[in-house]
Every structure is written in C-alpha cells, then in structure tokens.
Design a protein around this ligand. Structure first.
Ligand SMILES: *Cc1c(COP(=O)(O)O)cnc(C)c1O
Length: 239
C-alpha cells in the first residue's frame, strides 16, 4: 500500500461503484443491451494512488486519466500486482512531445485528434516495442471545444491512425458538449462511428457517457463509459 489503509474510503467507493453498476444495469435493460458489451472505465484524475488501490481491490479493471504528469506519477506508486491488473486509458488532451511518456503507462489512448499525435504515438510505441489501442476523439460541439476532430474530418484521421503500424484503431470517443442534449450528441457520434466502422471493421469501440449522461450513452450504443465523480466524488476544478 502506498498510503495508510482507510476502510471508510473503501466502503464509500464500494457503495458508489455499486450505484453506478446499478445505473448501467438499468440502462441496459431499458435499451435491450447486453451488459457484457459495456466496459466501465473509472476516471481517477485528481484522486490519489490509494484510491486506485481500493478500486482494484473492489474489482475495477479499467481506469482513466487525463493529465500526463499526474498519471505517470500515480501509476509508479502502485505495486506491480495492482498495476498489472489494470488497463489504463489516457483520455486527456495530448501534446506530441508527451507521447513517449504516455506510451510508457497507457494501454489505450482515447484522445487522438490529429495526425501529428498519431504519428508521435506510433513512433513512441515502435521505439518501446509495443502496440497501442487508439480511439479518435470527435468534437461534437461544432465550435472550438475541449479537443477532438470535427465529424467531417474524422474518417480521414481514422485512416491516418490505421496506417500507423504500432497503433490499433479501436473506434471513437467523445464528450457531450456542455448544455447540449446528450442523446442528440451521442446520436451524431454513433453516426460517425458507423462511418468509420464501414472503412475499418475492427474499430468497434464507442467511448461515450460520463457520470451525468451514461444512460443516454448506453441507449446510443456506447461500448465504454468513462465515469469519474459518480464513483470518486466531486473533484477540485482543474484550474
Ligand atoms: C473527467 C472526464 C470524464 C469523467 O467525468 P465525470 O463527469 O466525473 O464522470 C470522462 N471523460 C473525460 C474525457 C474526462 O476528462
């Protein structure tokens, strides 16, 4: 353990996790989806390595992080046993000069939004003699938003990713724009995902849905949900 064991924190995380699983079960029942087709990614940004240890003990297998420095330090604190049981998803905005560092700890990068990032990840993964699962991040805002490629440019970027030997194109990721109707936004995302899957049948992942809109994401066909605050509690604002 990297920090002292706190049973009350583990109980709190267990209760929150159970509630999120119940929401996913209800959403699957409501839309006739198979629960086995959904992966819950617990987003641990801003929370310490000790929380990741609790989550791992509670059966969490997939975690998401969005800040490179924080994530790198956090995963170094974990024991090899805990670390080895986790699939790590990087979901934050990425600079090409950080690609080599991210490739050291991430199993999946969900936030590829330009060819330059894809090439940097490919080079880093090749140098580290490994392959990397990649999602293309789609900007659903219609304005300069939180990162992502426009829906119009998404297929070309998917082609660029698929052409990188060390990258495996897995699908698409998006965040519903603030103030939007998530069902409508995820519907547009599903259309982009379908078009890309037409070109690349292996690109079957659709990463959508967070604490506030996971039900709409399940209804729209999400395969991966990224849930932070509903499991870990509210976090301090980023800046
Ligand atoms: C923080 C974050 C999440 C989780 O958001 P919550 O509302 O806390 O569930 C999901 N996706 C991305 C890209 C994020 O940055």
């Amino acid at each position: 353990m990297s920090t002292s064991y706190d049973p009350s924190r583990r109980d709190e995380l267990a209760a929150n996790l159970a509630e999120v699983h119940a929401r996913i079960d209800r959403a699957c029942a409501a839309s006739g989806r198979n629960r086995d087709d959904l992966t819950l990614i617990t987003v641990t940004k801003f929370f310490p390595a000790s929380d990741v240890e609790h989550l791992a003990a509670l059966g969490v297998s997939d975690v998401g992080e969005n800040r490179d420095q924080e994530a790198g330090a956090k995963f170094e604190e974990l024991s090899a046993q805990v670390r080895g049981g986790l699939t790590v998803h990087f979901i934050g905005q990425l600079q090409s000069n950080k690609a080599a560092h991210v490739v050291r700890y991430a199993d999946v990068v969900q936030s590829v939004d330009r060819a330059k990032i894809a090439r940097a990840l490919d080079k880093a993964a090749t140098a580290q003699d490994r392959s990397l699962d990649v999602l293309v991040q789609i900007d659903l805002s219609g304005a300069a938003g939180r990162g992502g490629v426009t829906p119009d440019a998404a297929r070309a970027l998917a082609d660029d990713v698929a052409a990188c030997a060390a990258l495996r194109l897995r699908g698409v990721m998006a965040v519903a724009p603030l103030g939007s109707d998530p069902a409508e936004a995820f519907g547009r995302l599903a259309a982009v995902a379908d078009a890309i899957r037409g070109d690349h049948p292996e690109a079957a992942w659709l990463s959508a849905g967070m604490s506030g809109d996971l039900e709409q994401a399940v209804a729209a066909g999400a395969t991966h949900l990224r849930v932070g605050s509903a499991i870990l509690g509210s976090r301090p604002s980023p800046r």
